[in-house]
Design a protein around this ligand. Structure first.
Ligand code: HEM
Length: 409
């Protein structure tokens, strides 16, 4: 089949609810075909799948017409369940004014000063993980490194005692896994159980913190409990669910930034050598990793009034999927978009979205990514993959479950 013919076939047969193993391995040929042939693709379930950069920016910026509130959408998917309560209470799935109030409190706790103060601890943590890897030589880049970093960072942010952090990763994977377009009974049950267990744990943690508050400048949980000086506070339910959300939002996404970034560098040896030779490129390199293999590939909105987008009239009540992975390779925005260029500037990618819901933790994620990747490369410049990486098999959160590696020393 010709390239064009193949592209037409990929675009015509695309259905988010029926994805193929080839798609999970490499979704970009499909995304490209959609962007070129059907950039506002109507899916069999009536939702629109958007792949052009400019259309995503328009939708992200217009919170009045494109709502993030998921109560209607999640009711049939989750029924009355812990997953429903959790996802519909977290700030990312709400509109102003609830969203504005909760976001203000969370942003206050993630101020640039608070994040700059984390740098020393973060370097020590990364170096201690690298020390442990050096003694093993053969290791899993995800389990031994990429996943261990954000769990500790967010554990520190909420001041979760070290010996109580172990279940956090599985809870978070189960809760976010339930956001996939199609979920099995087992995944639904796992997600609900994770929300319940997480809530019971946090109730105890919050009680302890109320009795013995930490420093609100450094401890996000204390800050969220105490609220703003103007008296603004979260309700008990908002507090617990947004703590869960923070842990989840900052965990798998950052793990995948580090894992995807290092795997991409392995696939582009010249760029890897360039970064080793010019470590000062780390900032633009992290941005390019975020663009090229975005850890969060999809966003969702629902129109709440009739609106025109990309030349189409959309009635109120139209579900929209925003494909970050496709927009980040749109040639209308990024020259030579399939090229992985660690010096790319400008690089206005949408890995953190844009507009009112733009990632509240992006400064932290960037810091984690830069420290993890630069210290890893400096320590193990000859690292190599020693087996096939295992993909997470998800369309929304793109990354690996494990990446067997050797240090090369
Ligand atoms: C590479 C890592 C990360 C990526 C790619 C990422 C990506 C995103 C994206 C795309 C959104 C917007 C979702 C939407 O509205 O559709 C978002 C929201 C959010 N992220 Fe991140 N994120 C990352 C790390 C983090 C970290 C480390 C934290 C916190 C510690 C965090 C906290 C949040 C919060 C609180 C929101 C909700 C903001 C709102 O709705 O106003 N994220 N993130």
């Amino acid at each position: 089949m010709t390239m064009a013919g193949n592209g037409r076939e990929l675009a015509a047969s695309f259905d988010l609810e029926r994805l193929t193993p080839e798609f999970y391995a490499d979704p970009y040929p499909t995304y490209r075909a959609l962007r070129e042939i059907e950039p506002m693709k109507r899916l069999p379930n009536g939702a629109y799948f958007l792949t052009r950069y400019d259309d995503l920016v328009t939708a992200y910026k217009n919170t009045k017409a494109f709502s993030s509130d998921k109560k209607k959408e999640f009711a049939p998917k989750y029924g009355s369940s812990p997953l429903y309560e959790h996802h519909t209470t977290s700030l990312v799935f709400n509109d102003p004014p609830i969203h504005t109030r909760v976001r203000r409190l969370i942003m206050g706790a993630l101020s640039p000063r608070a994040i700059a103060e984390m740098e020393g601890d973060l370097i020590r943590l990364v170096d201690s993980l690298l020390d442990r890897i050096a003694t093993k030589r053969s290791f899993d880049l995800i389990g031994d490194f990429a996943a261990a970093i954000p769990i500790e960072v967010i554990g520190n942010l909420l001041d979760v005692p070290h010996d109580e952090r172990e279940p956090l990763r599985d809870w978070s994977l189960a809760i976010l896994g339930a956001l996939e377009p199609v979920i099995s009974e087992a995944a639904f049950a796992r997600g609900n159980k994770a929300v319940e267990d997480f809530l019971s744990y946090l109730e105890v943690l919050v009680e302890r913190r109320r009795a013995k508050p930490g420093n609100p400048e450094r401890d996000v949980l204390t800050r969220l409990i105490q609220g703003e000086p103007n008296g603004e506070r979260l309700s008990a339910k908002e507090l617990l669910h947004n703590c869960i959300f923070l842990l989840n939002a900052g965990h798998e996404t950052t793990t995948n930034l580090i894992g995807n970034g290092l795997v991409t560098l392995s696939a582009y040896p010249a760029e890897r050598q360039r970064l080793i030779a010019q470590p000062e490129l780390i900032k633009t390199a992290v941005e390019e990793m975020l663009r090229y293999e975005s850890s969060n590939q999809l966003g969702n909105r629902m129109t709440v009034e009739p609106v025109e987008l990309g030349g189409l009239q959309l009635p109120a009540g139209t579900p929209i999927t925003l494909c970050i992975g496709a927009a980040n390779r749109d040639p209308a925005q990024f020259p030579d978009p399939e090229r992985f260029d660690i010096g790319r500037t400008p690089n206005r990618h949408l890995a953190f979205a844009t507009g009112a819901h733009q990632c509240a933790g992006m400064a932290l994620a960037r810091l984690e990514g830069a420290i993890a990747v630069s210290r890893y490369l400096a320590r193990f410049p000859r690292y190599a993959q020693s087996g096939e990486p295992v993909r997470g098999g998800r369309v929304r959160f793109r990354g690996f479950l494990s990446i067997p590696c050797v240090t090369g020393d």
